[in-house]
Write a protein that binds this ligand. Structure first.
Ligand code: GYE
Length: 328
């Protein structure tokens, strides 16, 4: 079917070229333009300002690159993402892309995409699979590195304070998602074996502001003023947790050291105000990279299996006066 469509397009183009070729004295006809690449994109939800920024980045980049975009929001449900991928397959899009909410459970639907000959770009998060050929490439952050940066900041902060012992609580992202697994891993690897640190508890706040607040209330009820450090896997949960800390009567950023990931404007503002100590950047602006990859894959070109954007770390030790507005 797809081949038929391609053959038809080639014939039509050939006919057009013959019919419209420049003749002596006649004005030159505009070159026929190729059909735009059709990209089906399944966004996992709208759980955070980061995610809203990610959706915007995909939409704006599609426009800029002349890619036709079919975008479906899965509202935090893996089943809806699987349904979306199936509808992209039946629609016979040129390329499928999605941000997998969790890592496991994609083999069946991706085998269907492979059988249909449609290449798949993973955006933002990874999947676990025995068969790497089920996706063409991944574009997204290096979450282990982000976790390490969070841990490295804590080492530096503890040195600067001359701290002999610090108790840590961790609020993690959506369970079994790549950022949750790897931000946890990178952080723990970095502080492991340093006897100044004890991790009191690690619980999931699902990347949501409301759950971040709920988790922090629970942690404060349980450990009270024993908590010295909060490591939170995204800014949304951190904002919720900060409300809970204030409500409890403690000062975020001084009574409790706060380390967060994403780099939303709201978190940067709190960092500047001394209420957050470290923000590890994770950029949602992956749209241009996705469109470049989609166009190459649609043209049958090869692409790198993994690409990571450049990311920074902003801390209380840095001069942030020149930092440009974040845009998310
Ligand atoms: O950190 C969080 C979002 O997958 C990197 O998902 C993304 C994470 C991001 O909800 O805010």
């Amino acid at each position: 079917m797809k081949r038929m469509k391609a053959v038809l397009t080639v014939c039509l183009l050939g006919a057009l070229l013959c019919a419209c070729g420049p003749t002596d004295g006649a004005p030159e006809a505009a070159a026929p333009t190729a059909a735009p690449v059709l990209l089906g994109f399944s966004q996992l939800g709208s759980e955070s300002a980061w995610r809203v920024g990610s959706t915007r980045s995909i939409e704006e980049a599609a426009e800029r690159h002349g890619v036709s975009l079919m975008m479906l929001n899965a509202y935090q449900k893996q089943e809806k993402q699987i349904d979306a991928i199936r509808s992209f397959i039946s629609y016979r899009v040129d390329v499928i892309s999605f941000a997998p909410i969790v890592e496991d459970g994609w083999d069946t639907v991706l085998t269907e995409a492979k059988t249909a000959g449609i290449p798949v770009i993973l955006v933002d998060r990874l999947i676990t699979t025995q068969d790497e050929s089920l996706y063409a490439c991944f574009v997204g952050a290096d979450f282990i590195k982000e976790g390490r940066s969070a841990g490295e900041f804590l080492l530096k902060k503890a040195d600067a304070m001359g701290a002999s012992h610090l108790n840590i609580v961790e609020i993690t992202g959506t369970e079994d998602s790549t950022p949750q697994r790897q931000r946890h891993q990178g952080f723990h690897e970095t502080i492991e074996g340093d006897e100044r640190f004890t991790v009191l508890e690690s619980i999931s706040g699902d990347f949501l502001v409301s759950k971040g607040e709920e988790c922090m209330r629970y942690l404060l009820d349980k450990y009270g003023e024993d908590i010295d450090v909060l490591y939170s896997h995204n800014d949304g949960m951190t904002l919720g947790a900060i409300d809970a800390i204030r409500e409890y009567g403690l000062a975020p950023g001084s009574d409790i050291i706060i380390i967060t990931v994403d780099g939303e404007q709201a978190a940067i503002d709190l960092l500047k105000a001394g209420e957050i100590n470290c923000v590890v950047e994770c950029t949602p602006n992956l749209g241009d990279a996705v469109m470049e990859l989609a166009k190459k894959l649609a043209a049958g070109e090869s692409v790198p299996k993994t690409s990571h954007p450049d990311e920074e770390v902003f801390t209380e030790f840095d001069d942030l006066s020149d930092l440009a507005p974040r845009g998310y």
